[in-house]
Structures are given as structure tokens and as C-alpha cells.
Write a protein that binds this ligand. Structure first.
Ligand SMILES: Cc1cc2nc3c(=O)[nH]c(=O)nc-3n(C[C@H](O)[C@H](O)[C@H](O)COP(=O)(O)OP(=O)(O)OC[C@H]3O[C@@H](n4cnc5c(N)ncnc54)[C@H](O)[C@@H]3O)c2cc1C
Length: 341
């Protein structure tokens, strides 16, 4: 019993493979990543390529998620160091505005670790904004970053296999010590899991070329989210968003939503229009949201160890490293039991 299987090759599965190597001392050659979609693919059933993506204040205020965010923010430098300078992960300045104060739990937590954290004086807040902060954050060029992370893991010896499973039990290849379930939105339909608490939160984004914008700017409204996110090492790509549409499985993109995004983002950061911008693409993605937030849980099913690590909603990049660290801690606690089964 020496193989470990990671089911899912999105950002959460990749962070899990990383954590198995670095925190559980598992040999990379014993790690098998199985997934229907791999970095480099695009599908509406594969959320990770569509993320904005940055570290923002989108995640909920419960103590677990705040801890996952903090772990990720403070440990991403290790991944950057391993992947090299041009890996689609870098730091950029950020400003976040809320129409409703986000709560002391969130602000006190962020203030304890965010680089260059400052509260925006009331006199400098735009109309309708109740609270604002500035800080230095992590930015991802998501499709590029996950491809780099996969290539790094593969070079260490991690094996990647393309396979669609219909039941979680199919993940138990011979001599499997444990399976990590990192299936994202796939957790809704995979037999043996079929988590009815998981639902999509649809987003639509525009990818534009605007190398003159190298800062993040976000505004969280009661029923909308407006965000501007530069992609590092992308030749000047900028993500403009967006929407947080709960329970919307629509995979299409809509012209009126794109117009609305352009209107809101250029109002929030008028200097986007200082130079001509080129629209490179429009995309929709389904965030794997979950009632009760992410599921990081160990189960023994029919004498087999299964560790769930999914439900990252709109924060898989910014909290997923912490989620995966927790999932790997559960593995360490349970593996002795598993190897005796
Ligand atoms: C528009 C948008 C903007 C976003 N912006 C940000 C952001 O700025 N910052 C941030 O942190 N997050 C952001 N997110 C959220 C982030 O993208 C997700 O939280 C994250 O990608 C989820 O990763 P995951 O690995 O759990 O799922 P996925 O990336 O969907 O990966 C799931 C994996 O499981 C595999 N799988 C599923 N079912 C099966 C099966 N039955 N058999 C085999 N394989 C299976 C899939 O093929 C895939 O490999 C955004 C999302 C969207 C849509």
C-alpha cells in the first residue's frame, strides 16, 4: 500500500500533490494524479483555467477559510521559488472596496499578515463605498501557472493520467494508501460522492491586452463584484470581471454582460482607457461553491481512506494551498490506520 491518488488536476489537486511531497514526505513517484481534464485543457467542467486570478477578500469569514487564506498567502513564495521567476505568479498592488463593511473577523485576520496593509481614509472612498483597504497581493496567470506547476511535479516524478471516473471507487488503483478527492464542481455528479451541497457560482470575464495596468482593483457590492486583475508574465493581459451568479450552470457568454463589465471596470479604474485596449477573449466559468464552505474531511469507506478536498468556490487559488495542507494533515493522522486495514 504505497500509492497515493489525487483525483483532479485543477489548482486544488496540484496544491495537494505539492503538499504530499513537502509536508507528508511522500515520494513524487508514488503520487498518481488522475483527471478528466489536465492543465492545458479548457472545459466548462474544469474551473481552474478561468479564474481571475488573485488573492482578494472574496472568501468567507469563517475561521477555517481565514486560516486557509493565510497559509496560502504566506507560503506561495515557496512554490514561486521552485517554479522560477516567470511562472505566472507574482505580487502586485491591490485596492479593495466594499459597499458593506466586511466584518472585524476578516479585517483583523488580513491585517495580521498582508504585506503593506492600509485602510483607505473615508475621504478617499468612492461614492457608495463603506470601507476600503490597500495591500500587496499575489496575482496568477492561471492557465499558465497550473501548466508550470504540473510540469514541475511531473519532472519530480508525479504521474498524470487522463481518465474520467464515474465512481470514486475507481480511483483506488492497486496498492493505494489513500485517495484525495479534488474534483471541484465534479463532486456534484461523481457517484460515491454526489455532494448536493455543491453548486456553481457562474462568472464571466473579459481578457484584454492592457500592459499599462499593473494593479488590482476590486469592488464588492451587495449583488455584484467588479474586478480588475493583471496576469503576471502574460505579455500585458488583464482580466476584467465580473459576476457571481449562484446556481447558474450556463456555459454561454453574453454580450450584454461583457458591456456591463467594461462599464463597471472602467468606472472603477478609468486609466484602463488611457491607452487603446484589445479584447482577446470572453469566458464563462463555474466556481465550485458549497453550502458549509469547502469540504476538507477524511472518511474510511469500505476500509479505504478517502480525503475530500473540494468546494473552493471563488477562492481555490488563494485558499487552496491552505486547504490542501489541511487535507494532507488529515492524511498523516489517518494513514497509519489505513495501512493496517
Ligand atoms: C470567473 C472566475 C474567476 C475566479 N477568480 C478567482 C480568483 O481571482 N482567485 C481565486 O483564488 N479563485 C478564483 N476563482 C475560483 C477558482 O477558479 C476555483 O476555486 C478553482 O479553480 C477550483 O479548483 P479545483 O481544483 O477545485 O476545481 P477544477 O479546476 O474544476 O478541477 C477539478 C478537477 O477534477 C477533475 N474531475 C472532476 N470530476 C472528475 C471525474 N468524475 N473523473 C475524473 N476527473 C474529474 C477535473 O477534470 C479537474 O481536473 C475564479 C473562478 C471563476 C469561474
Amino acid at each position: 500500500m504505497s500509492n497515493v491518488v489525487v483525483l483532479g488536476s485543477g489548482i486544488v489537486g496540484l496544491y495537494t500533490a505539492w503538499c504530499l511531497i513537502h509536508y507528508a514526505n511522500i515520494s513524487p513517484t508514488k503520487i498518481n494524479v488522475i483527471a478528466e481534464f489536465l492543465p492545458g485543457d479548457t472545459s466548462i467542467k474544469f474551473t481552474s483555467p478561468w479564474a481571475g486570478g488573485n488573492f482578494s477578500c472574496i472568501s468567507p469569514n469563517d475561521p477555517d477559510t481565514l486560516a486557509y487564506d493565510k497559509f496560502t498567502y504566506t507560503h506561495l513564495k515557496d512554490i514561486k521559488q521552485a517554479l522560477g521567476q516567470e511562472c505566472g505568479l507574482d505580487m502586485r498592488p491591490s485596492t479593495e472596496f466594499w459597499d458593506v463593511y466586511p466584518g472585524d473577523e476578516k479585517i483583523n485576520s488580513l491585517k495580521s499578515y498582508l504585506k503593506d496593509f492600509k485602510v483607505v481614509p473615508k475621504s478617499k472612498l468612492p461614492e457608495g463605498v463603506a470601507y476600503g483597504i490597500t495591500f500587496t497581493t499575489w496575482n496568477f496567470y492561471c492557465p499558465f501557472f497550473i501548466s508550470k506547476l504540473r510540469a514541475h511535479l511531473e519532472k519530480l516524478g508525479v504521474q498524470f493520467k487522463r481518465q474520467k471516473l464515474t465512481h470514486i471507487s475507481q480511483a483506488y488503483i492497486p496498492h493505494t494508501l489513500a485517495v484525495f478527492n479534488c474534483t471541484g464542481i465534479g463532486a456534484v455528479s461523481l457517484s460515491g460522492v454526489k455532494d448536493t451541497n455543491v453548486y456553481p457560482t457562474r462568472g464571466q470575464v473579459l481578457v484584454v491586452k492592457a500592459p499599462h495596468i499593473q494593479e488590482n482593483k476590486m469592488r464588492w457590492g451587495a449583488d455584484f463584484a467588479t474586478y480588475i486583475i493583471p496576469r503576471p508574465n502574460s505579455g500585458g493581459q488583464l482580466i476584467l470581471g465580473g459576476f457571481l451568479q449562484k446556481d447558474n450552470w450556463t456555459t454561454d457568454t453574453f454580450e450584454e454582460e461583457s458591456k456591463d463589465i467594461i462599464e463597471r471596470t472602467t468606472k472603477l479604474l478609468p486609466k484602463i482607457l488611457d491607452k487603446p485596449i484589445e479584447v482577446l477573449g470572453v469566458a464563462a466559468g463555474l466556481r465550485p461553491s458549497r453550502y458549509g464552505n469547502a469540504r476538507i474531511e477524511a472518511e474510511i469507506i469500505e476500509d479505504r481512506l478517502l480525503i475530500h478536498n473540494y468546494g473552493a468556490g471563488g477562492y481555490g487559488y488563494q485558499a487552496g494551498f491552505g486547504m490542501s495542507h489541511k487535507a494532507v494533515e488529515l492524511f498523516i493522522q489517518n494513514k497509519k490506520l489505513s495501512s493496517k486495514l
